[in-house]
Design a binder for this molecule. Structure first.
Ligand code: 3PG
Length: 422
């Protein structure tokens, strides 16, 4: 695959596909983590004299955090200490004229890519090439740099559509992500501990199945809604309030699948021994064995309990590889961050090579100043897809582009691409 340093960019127009999809509260972005992560790539391009067109998606149509990229441009301007002009257009005349008028060292930010209908479907490269988005922008750009690791599991026009038309190059973030994730996945150092939390239960079950079946993990610790589904699969009752919630979320139907994983790998999947419920706005811990489990009937579980955190900490202390995705509870609520922060801190303190990811949950790593984690991944779903052993369309597109354009560049195939598993 092409690396950023394989080309020079003086006077060239570069389409930089980033993933700046960020958490939003009351219409405002609450974390700049993904912005900071792409700064090295943008700086490299600017120092080299490129004309940079940054593009990202933000959420999906009709969701509460589906906003324009105006604030994205503001945040990037502040972090880069130079103006990043917000262009309220994607591939229309206004955008094309602005791209055509760019000067070396200038940066613009296109409108939220998912404002265009073409960008909300998942289509193969050949279909993406036919979109107006790709057809209108291709004549204006020299190179495509993809630094959107967090969207690498999506096959959409801005992510894969240019691969056969222009050299598509890995950004520094994407390269670092793939490097770190491959290192964890391929490592034979033991024990290798995976921590699966958050609300993406089906994705997490796919990861559990893949890493256990292929001998990539020695132990799985669970929390968040993933932990609750596995707890039910072990035969514990989590009460009307919680079972009702999981039912409304469509997650109860996953209990059978979790049971099948336990049938095969029971000793290797650990579940919480206690949970914290929201008892009239107070944190109240309930032990699964000795506690008053009637509380589960009325009060929602919002975190794992302290005893679980301690048990997980002991395991993490002696781990050699740790991969963690998703929070242990509703860490955004005061009183219920204990599980997530406790486990993430234990990861940071462990001598293991460690990766923590999970979209918005990495915000907690920064909010609570947790240090010592080897790699904080910007990927949520993309990271889970990677560890589920699935092919990531963006990585595939980078390979295709490399094969198409390597002629003349005289570059050997990078070692990195050899690490990708199928
Ligand atoms: C993410 O946050 O996981 C990525 O930005 C991808 O977003 P999506 O799940 O809406 O495609």
């Amino acid at each position: 695959m092409f690396r950023l340093t394989d080309f020079t960019y003086e006077g060239k127009t570069v389409f930089l596909r980033a993933d700046l999809n960020s958490p939003v509260e009351n219409g405002r972005i609450t974390s700049d983590a993904r912005f900071r992560a792409v700064l090295p790539t943008i700086r490299h391009l600017l120092e080299d004299g490129a004309k940079v067109v940054v593009a990202t998606h933000q959420s999906r149509p009709y969701k509460g955090d589906y906003i324009t990229t105006e604030e994205h441009a503001e945040i990037l301007s502040r972090l880069l200490n130079q103006e990043v002009e917000y262009v309220e257009d994607i591939f229309g005349k206004n955008a094309r004229e602005r791209i055509g008028a760019l000067k070396p060292g200038e940066v613009i930010m296109l409108e939220n890519l998912r404002f265009s209908a073409e960008e909300v479907f998942y289509k193969p490269i050949e279909e993406c090439e036919k979109t107006f988005f790709v057809r209108k922008l291709t004549p204006l750009i020299d190179y495509v740099v993809n630094d959107a690791f967090a969207a690498a599991h999506r096959s959409q026009p801005s992510l894969v559509g240019f691969a056969r038309l222009k050299p598509m190059i890995m950004g520094e973030l994407l390269e670092a992500e793939v490097d770190a994730l491959s290192r964890a996945y391929e490592s034979d150092d033991r024990p290798r501990v995976y921590i699966l939390g958050g609300a993406k239960v089906d994705d997490s079950l796919r990861v559990a199945e893949n890493v256990l079946r292929n001998g990539k993990a020695d132990l799985i610790l669970t929390g968040g809604l993933v932990g609750q589904i596995f707890t039910l699969a072990k035969g514990f009752d989590l009460g009307d309030a919680n079972v009702g919630f999981l039912h409304r979320k469509g997650l109860l139907e996953l209990v059978d699948w979790a049971e099948r994983i336990l049938d095969e790998f029971y000793p290797y999947v650990r579940t919480p021994v206690d949970f914290a419920v929201d008892y009239h706005e107070e944190r109240l811990e309930v032990d699964l064995l000795g506690g008053d489990k009637r509380l589960f009937d009325e009060y929602p579980i919002l975190d794992i309990g302290s005893r679980t955190v301690e048990k997980y900490r002991e395991i993490l202390d002696s781990a050699k590889i740790i991969v963690a995705n998703g929070p242990m509870g509703v860490f955004e609520r005061e009183g219920f961050a204990h599980g997530t922060v406790g486990v993430f801190r234990a990861i940071g303190e462990s001598p293991a090579f460690s990766i923590v990811g999970g979209g918005h949950s990495i915000a907690s790593v920064y909010r609570y100043n947790i240090t010592g984690i080897s790699h904080v991944s910007t990927g949520g779903g993309a990271m889970l897809s990677f560890f589920a052993g699935e092919e990531l369309p963006v990585l595939k597109a980078l390979e295709i582009s490399y094969e198409r354009f390597r002629e003349g560049t005289d570059k050997p195939k990078t070692e990195l691409s050899l690490l990708f598993h199928q």
